[in-house]
Design a protein around this ligand. Structure first.
Ligand SMILES: Nc1ncnc2c1ncn2[C@@H]1O[C@H](COP(=O)(O)OP(=O)(O)O)[C@@H](O)[C@H]1O
Ligand SMILES: [Mg+2]
Length: 244
């Protein structure tokens, strides 16, 4: 009986290791592929820019038609570039370099960074950051990137302005961060899918923003949840374990 359990465990470990190795291999290949496409794409994009400049102020119908086509190609190139960047971010194997961090200070810095752009779009930032919270263990670069995905989504649902609230507090021995917008909200049938890779309701959206956020939160032993009310707004809640 005991022998069986041991060999079962050995089998599970082995399979887990194998799966992990295979995942790493696929992630590496996908990343390599994205890089291979991204480099020539940026050359294409650069040359398109030059061609469009040459046609700037075109006055013959032929040149105008050409300019229009080049602009359409450029739009698609931009979309592909954005998609590849999101894809690279999503497939990246995260090797964390963690530090003990005061989440409120971390969020305050992030707010300083995004504030100018948000205030230009009439989005008021409303921070409610707890003081003297226990520290959490964060890879600041990855975590910042994750939060920026959330704030970018919020920015996109408040094109005519609104309020973006940040809360940090302690609950049940975990440190909580909530990011709350006053955008259009998410219908329930959509909310079920928002963390699925490639799911997007935006034209040209990669649908990789939230899956990437979730991945980043989970490698920090955290959890992320979403609550939303139509025409009121959306709340993302991240909880992180305390780091003694
Ligand atoms: N703050 C938000 N308010 C309303 N809808 C949101 C918000 N954040 C995400 N969503 C919904 O979740 C979908 C997936 O988001 P995401 O993974 O970031 O991909 P993308 O931004 O490329 O669409 C979005 O297309 C949108 O429908
Ligand atoms: Mg997004």
């Amino acid at each position: 009986m005991t022998t069986n359990t041991t060999s079962d465990n050995a089998l599970t470990n082995n399979t887990e290791q194998e799966l992990r190795a295979r995942y790493l291999e696929i992630a590496e290949m996908a990343g390599g592929l994205a890089h291979e496409i991204r480099n020539p794409l940026s050359t294409i994009s650069l040359n398109l820019g030059v061609l469009r400049e040459e046609l700037d102020g075109a006055d013959t119908p032929r040149d105008q038609r050409m300019l229009k086509r080049l602009t359409a190609i450029q739009t698609e190139c931009d979309r592909l570039e954005k998609f590849l960047n999101d894809f690279l971010q999503f497939t990246r194997v995260m090797e964390l370099n963690c530090q003990s961090v005061d989440l409120s200070e971390f969020v305050a810095e992030l707010i300083e960074f995004i504030k100018p752009e948000f205030s230009r779009q009439n989005i008021e930032i409303s921070p409610h950051l707890g003081t003297n919270l226990p520290t959490v263990k964060l890879d600041e670069a990855f975590f910042r990137r994750g939060l920026l995905n959330l704030t970018r989504n919020a920015q996109q649902v408040m094109p005519d302005g609104g309020v973006l609230e940040f809360q940090t507090y302690l609950a049940d021995d975990r440190v909580i961060l909530e990011i709350i917008d006053t955008g259009k909200g998410i219908p329930e049938n959509v909310r079920e899918k928002i963390f699925d890779a490639f799911f997007s309701t935006k034209t040209g959206g990669s649908g990789l923003g939230l899956p990437t956020v979730r991945k980043i939160v989970e490698v920090h032993q955290g959890e992320i949840q979403c609550a939303s009310e139509i025409d009121k707004g959306t709340r993302f809640r991240i909880s992180l374990p305390i780091h003694p």
